[in-house]
Write a protein of this length. Structure first.
Length: 255
């Protein structure tokens, strides 16, 4: 098997600033208060992903999932440790990221595809398919600034999923989509996974992770709390509560 992603001791610190204005900082310093702190969002994370594996990255809000994904995609650099990635990466890190609000959906589609590394020929070949997947109808020719969050997510996901890549990263992709669109995305992601691409899927929904992934990594305050089998990972996440929530059941029924 080929290694797809290798993380070794990956660490990311952020500076938290407690004051915004010069006056506030001066007053705080005069009083001997702290004006900033360092916060470790990702703490010494190491694991290896083989090509074709499908990972569900889970954990509470603020546990460092998006930060880790940003480092894998190369948007952010770790302060310590190493991120090694083999092949081309595509995905949706944040909904609406990279869109220009004054351009239309159609124009943004072309721009976004170019940013994600698609050639003009590739974009033109897949254009109709992407438009069809996004399902925005006449809205496609209106400016993206007036799109709803779900409409932005639709456009972003539609482009990202059609990029030929070795690794697909999905964060927040399904969070704002409606039910039919979520189902469509999950089906498409299953296709991506079955095609041998590495899938890195951030989700709070145990139902969809159970269907989509063959391994779960749980982050806890920036550290790997669990890494292994999906069933055991979900059990680990739920701590004392073994019963899935209604929402999870709903999500599982979706696919
Ligand atoms: N640019 C930044 N500057 C300062 N702190 C940040 C920055 N980005 C993230 N953080 C902090 O790092 C921590 C991890 O954030 P991250 O977005 O990775 O969490 P997450 O696991 O994706 O959470 P969620 O489930 O809510 O999406 C949070 O406490 C967040 O406030
Ligand atoms: Mg996040």
């Amino acid at each position: 098997m080929t290694t797809s992603i290798q993380l070794t001791g990956v660490t990311k610190n952020f500076t938290l600033r407690y004051h915004r204005t010069f006056k506030e900082i001066t007053v705080a310093m005069a009083r001997g208060h702290k004006t900033s702190d360092t916060f470790r969002a990702v703490d010494d994370v190491s694991f290896t992903v083989e090509q074709g594996e499908s990972i569900g990255l889970m954990g509470l809000n603020g546990s460092g999932k998006s930060t880790l994904l940003k480092m894998i995609s190369g948007v952010m650099r770790p302060d310590a440790g190493e991120v090694l990635v083999r092949g081309r990466i595509a995905g949706l890190i944040a909904t609406g990221a990279g869109f220009h609000p004054q351009l239309t959906g159609r124009e943004n589609l072309i721009l976004n595809a170019a940013i994600l590394g698609m050639s003009e020929r590739e974009t033109m070949r897949k254009f109709d398919e992407i438009v069809e997947f996004a399902g925005l109808g006449k809205k496609l020719d209106t400016e993206v600034g007036h799109y709803s969050s779900g409409q932005k997510a639709r456009l972003g996901f539609a482009v990202a999923i059609h990029v030929d890549s070795d690794i697909f990263l999905a964060d927040e992709a399904l969070a704002v989509g409606d039910r039919p669109f979520r189902r469509k995305c999950l089906e498409k992601m299953q296709e991506v996974r079955d095609g041998g691409r590495t899938l890195f899927y951030v989700s709070h929904s145990t139902g969809s992770v159970r269907k989509m992934c063959d391994r779960v990594v749980v982050l806890e305050e920036g550290r790997v709390g669990f890494d292994g089998d999906v069933k055991a990972g979900i059990k680990y996440l739920q701590y004392d509560d073994d019963l899935p929530t209604d929402e999870d059941e709903e999500m599982a029924a979706d696919i």
